[in-house]
Design a protein around this ligand. Sequence first.
Ligand code: NAD
Length: 282
Amino acid sequence: MAEILDGKQFAASLREPLAQRAAALTARGCRPGLAVIRVGDDPASEIYVRNKARMCQRLGLFSIELHLPAETSEERLFEEIDRLNQDERIHGILVQLPLPPHLDESAVAERIAPRKDVDGFGSCNLGMLLKGQSGILPCTPKGILRLLQSAGVALSGKRAVVVGRSLIVGKPTALLLMRENATVTVCHSRTENLREHTLQADLLVSAVGRPELIDGSYIKEGAVVIDVGINRTERGLLGDVHFESAAQKASLITPVPGGVGPMTIIMLMENTIEAAELAAFK
Ligand code: NAD
């Protein structure tokens, strides 16, 4: 039976040191600041943005939320981003996804100044990750890596399978694992015989968004399983992994909720504090 890799608990242990770093910056006159822009009324986004604001408050960060109507034009959104790019109180800018369909998420990411791109979705930071240089890392992949490191999971030379190839989770996670010398396979919606791949994995990361797609029959005995999926269903919040059957095979497994989710938000705080440190010590 697997041990639980408790992201909620580990993320909680990172709060105090981060609050201390934020306080040290504030004492130097550079209180870390995060701006979150939400466009439209997606109910899940509203919850995510509220949680981010609460965490800022808890750690002593300055935060502002801009809520724009769903019909906001690209021009208007860009004006707000440009203003925040210039605002010295703000070290991190995040535009909550998904955006209404008339807005180009990729163009929006490019508009954010790279030094304030705390989601790490712009070409500059993603390019640095690709080149193995240290830019701002996307929060979910960074959180996954930190969680694995906290549990002492060996990655070098191990077979990692990442299911999902999104720019937000799948691709950057694969790059980060490669940086840690894992042998990485990326599977996606067109992959044939998914199970054949996942059964090879010492580390399986699922970022698909299909409830319980991966059950125990996809998991190699003793594997480490990271479930990124957040799926709202009639049975409540479910991951991509069927927890009970997967836990029979895995050695270590993240729950949903309480696994990767809390790591994502704490990494956002860390990225904002790091951006403020760079601004303060430049
Ligand atoms: P996405 O829709 O952008 O990407 C999904 C990926 O899954 C695609 O690359 C697609 O090719 C692949 N896929 C789809 N069906 C598949 C199948 N049957 N077999 C194999 N691959 C398949 O999603 P995303 O933004 O990467 O998010 C994925 C999931 O992770 C969602 O449930 C999302 O809510 C969740 N998420 C969680 C966090 C967190 O902090 N826990 C953060 C971001 C995303």
